[in-house]
Design a protein around this ligand. Structure first.
Ligand SMILES: C[S@@+](CC[C@H](N)C(=O)[O-])C[C@H]1O[C@@H](n2cnc3c(N)ncnc32)[C@H](O)[C@@H]1O
Length: 312
């Protein structure tokens, strides 16, 4: 009795195993077919698709940009370009390489389209626009940075020495794309190793002393509310269906992790469609042994490039 029971069970097991394998094979075949269709078709397209309303990229270039992460460290040619024009560029505590911004500008716009950066810093977005025949508009509060920008750009770009919280009063034209990086709350007020090194070199550790500078607002809720209201004003001047990229990080203050990037994504979703993030990884920054030898404390070497779209 016992034997027969065992036999039956083993037979059933065998059958079910066989069935499962054949099912798996079928699924994997279908998956291969789908991957081939979605990856190979656009990469084989050497010309711009006649129905491409977003950018001037061919299928191969388009596909390359869809990866959800990238590694980028400031490149020498960009740094040299900054320093040739002005000796002061190191004085801004948080700038980007125009080359990195070019990737976004070229994906989200066509030639001659209008790009806004409401936190222009020393002008990486405007330089990226200049290099690629886009019409950039920058807004920057600090007159020192505005004068640096003016030395870096051609007459095709526009820089306004204004407070971004007054955008609706600036009579700006309709915008095809907005890319920017706001102050990461008042993170620069924290004197960490990097800031100590800047102090030793006699460089600024903050953007300014101006009370309208968002980087000087200590209260998180007040800071977030002001920032969100700036983006909602930008929403009103963006063309329907167009995109905005905001480059941010989560912030650790007094050992507490403040999910600034995620919080901003949620708050802006009230008006914008949150599309997804592209993660910018930096691979050449110093690693410090924070927390060693008792606890895990991250060296944050990545930023979130949050991609939003105004509904059509
Ligand atoms: C993270 S930095 C931007 C750096 C810029 N992406 C670059 O590569 O040079 C933020 C900038 O926002 C500016 N800022 C802060 N509050 C502002 C406001 N209310 N209106 C306009 N600009 C402001 C700061 O002066 C600072 O230059």
């Amino acid at each position: 009795m016992n034997t027969s029971k065992t036999k039956k069970t083993s037979k059933t097991k065998k059958t079910s195993k066989t069935k499962k394998t054949s099912k798996t094979k079928k699924t994997s075949k279908t998956t291969t077919k789908i991957i081939k269709q979605t990856t190979l078709t656009p990469t084989n397209e050497p010309k711009i698709h006649p129905k491409n309303t977003l950018n001037d990229l061919n299928g191969r270039e388009w596909l390359k940009f869809l990866k959800s992460w990238y590694v980028f460290d400031a490149i020498k040619s960009d740094l040299n370009e900054e320093r040739e024009i002005t000796k002061d560029s190191d004085d801004h505590p948080a700038t980007f390489s125009p080359t990195m911004i070019e990737g976004f500008v070229n994906f989200f716009t066509k030639k001659n389209m209008t790009v806004l950066d409401p936190f222009a810093g020393i002008g990486s977005t405007l330089v990226a626009c200049d290099r690629n025949d886009r019409k950039g508009i920058g807004i920057e509060l600090n007159p020192k940075y505005v004068s640096i920008i003016k030395k870096r750009i051609s007459k095709n770009q526009k820089i306004l020495k204004k407070d971004a919280s007054k955008i609706s009063k600036l009579k700006l034209p309709e915008i095809d794309f907005c890319i920017n990086s706001p102050p990461y709350w008042n993170m620069l007020h924290k004197i960490d190793t990097n800031q100590q090194n800047r102090i030793k070199k006699g460089l600024s550790t903050k953007y300014s002393e101006n009370t309208n500078d968002l980087g000087n607002i200590a209260n998180y809720e007040e800071f977030m509310e002001k920032l969100v209201q700036i983006y909602f004003q930008i929403f009103d001047i963006m063309k329907p269906g167009k995109y905005m990229v905001v480059i941010v990080q989560n912030v650790i203050m007094k050992s507490v992790m403040n999910p600034f990037a995620w919080d901003l994504a949620i708050r802006l979703s009230k008006k914008f469609i949150l599309k997804k993030e592209k993660i910018w990884c930096q691979d050449h920054k110093n690693l410090y042994p924070f927390g060693y030898p008792t606890s895990w404390v991250s060296n944050t070497h990545h930023h979130y490039c949050l991609v939003f779209q105004k509904p059509k």
